[in-house]
Ligand binder design. Sequence first.
Ligand SMILES: NC(=O)c1ccc[n+]([C@@H]2O[C@H](COP(=O)([O-])OP(=O)(O)OC[C@H]3O[C@@H](n4cnc5c(N)ncnc54)[C@H](OP(=O)(O)O)[C@@H]3O)[C@@H](O)[C@H]2O)c1
Length: 486
Amino acid sequence: MPSAPAAAPHVFVVFGATGDLMQRKLLPALYALHTEGRLPPGTAIVGVARHAMDDATFRSSCVRSLTADPSTKEYDARAFAESVLSYFPLTGAAGQDYPALGQRVAGLEQQRGLPGNRIFYLALPLEAFPPTLQGLGEAGLAKAPGWVRVVIEKPFGRDFASAEALNALAHRYFDESQIYRIDHYLGKETVQNLLVFRLANAFLESDWNRDRIEHVEVTVAESLGVEGRAGYYETSGALRDMIQNHVTQVLALVAMEPPARRNESDIRDEKVKVLRSARRIQPEDVVRGQYTPGTVAGAAVPGYREEPGVPADSTTETYIALRLFLDNWRWQGVPFFVRTGKRLPEKSSRVVVTFRAPPVSFFQSERDYDLNPDRVTILLQPEEGFEIAFEVKVPGRELRVQTHRMKFHYSDVFGPLPDGYETLVEDVMLGDPSLFVRADEVEESWRLYTPILENPPPIVFYAAGTAGPAEADRLAESGGHRWSTD
Ligand SMILES: NC(=O)c1ccc[n+]([C@@H]2O[C@H](COP(=O)([O-])OP(=O)(O)OC[C@H]3O[C@@H](n4cnc5c(N)ncnc54)[C@H](OP(=O)(O)O)[C@@H]3O)[C@@H](O)[C@H]2O)c1
């Protein structure tokens, strides 16, 4: 078997180093790469934020974050921090901060004998992306003796116009090949495996079309509420937070044509074509919901409007369900139902592909729920894997039919999977952009949702702990379909 490619040593600069994403996701991912020997020798990580702090304080806070995982020993975390991590505080004077950061990076390169490769990871709020890109560009940091890559977190814009403007600004300083727009869903094994599952199993691919498939569902359900992040959520809502990025990426992988070649540009070309084929969304295709007080996992929880920091008359959606159509040869007439929501009964992300019923119905299933049971379910979280539901005869003289499932769960076969961030961070180090979102992809996905952003339908309500508003059920049922219940 060929050995895994090795990344070149570099300086990895994280803007937003004191934030939740760095401390909870990026740092553990970088530490895992280090302990597995996949962080290139000599690589230095520089945390950047506006908070004034010295290296020692930053390292201690990182050790605390890493040892929040009980399997991480303090001694090892500290050794990692001492050998790899340092901190650079921003003063707010862009004209001085970025040249000074450049000098710090160059100093580390000289000290460690590094070839001048640099990654700038923007783990920042949306409003900080433009000044940071500009600061880097104006200070000449988009170029270096080696390669330079810039990673931009989601959300990439708030709508089509702002995404287009952010792309234009980024392209003023960086070539598209240097830009890695991250969507951490693409780092999940099951999401990557969507293509393998579809294209390496001929029995599926030959049925993966309008002739055999009745409808496709993508569900991203959360049991949590806004968890003290009302300030952010009020400016976002479910459409911007989940649908425009994660759900749309999953949908594109489910629906895309097989690429001519297995390379990043052909795969991303096919994903863009899916988005371009989407029919303009009509108001009757959309249900926007908001949770009211209810019970989740046995505990009473407040409604969204009672959460701290949420205005009493907020019309931000905490739930959204959509019916989409793709006007192309493969999917003409097949509805794609997508939904996401907070304060639903449990956390579950899945794609459910429901096949058409046999042309002649000889048998009646035991449960009404299973009238059309042939389904492939792709589990994204918390479980990752696939399940295929089918009908079998119950043994005995009487002809009874029951639905059963064949299950493949990754964890049963391969043990724990790496976090999506570990995969994606290593891909940036290796210079592989396949699992990142290209400029035209991000703009097309914002364009698709523009009718809802410009003219949002009124909010309907659902009690926390229920499966969402009744209007979402009616959206599916009006075409004779049904959301999956498991
Ligand atoms: N947290 C997650 O799980 C998660 C998941 C997916 C995507 N994301 C995305 O990742 C980004 C960061 O999220 P987060 O949860 O880490 O946010 P956060 O906890 O609010 O942290 C933001 C970080 O950015 C720094 N910062 C804020 N404003 C800045 C500015 N104007 N210039 C420079 N630095 C600034 C903050 O430190 P100072 O105030 O000291 O500068 C802090 O280090 C966001 O775009 C978010 O949407 C987060």
